[in-house]
Design a protein around this ligand. Structure first.
Ligand code: SF4
Length: 64
């Protein structure tokens, strides 16, 4: 699994960091970032929840 955040689309709603705090954080501008070393999702089932929760579909999850 590879997680990607489209920062040009992210509006800083923070739903991802609230939903999966072990994977996502927000940078100084409030935009979503994947925590260092967590790009693979770490097997966290909340990743898909977070992707669904994003109001602008900025999070994509590549299953490959
Ligand atoms: S939920 Fe979506 S818009 Fe909100 S911070 Fe996360 S990626 Fe950005």
């Amino acid at each position: 699994m590879t997680i990607h955040v489209a920062k040009d689309r992210c509006v800083g709603a923070g739903m991802c960091a609230l939903t999966a705090p072990g994977i996502f954080t927000q940078d100084d501008d409030g935009l979503s970032e994947v925590l260092p070393g967590r790009q693979d999702g770490g097997g966290d089932p909340l990743v898909r929840e977070a992707a669904r929760a994003c109001p602008v579909q900025a999070i994509s999850v590549d299953e490959a």
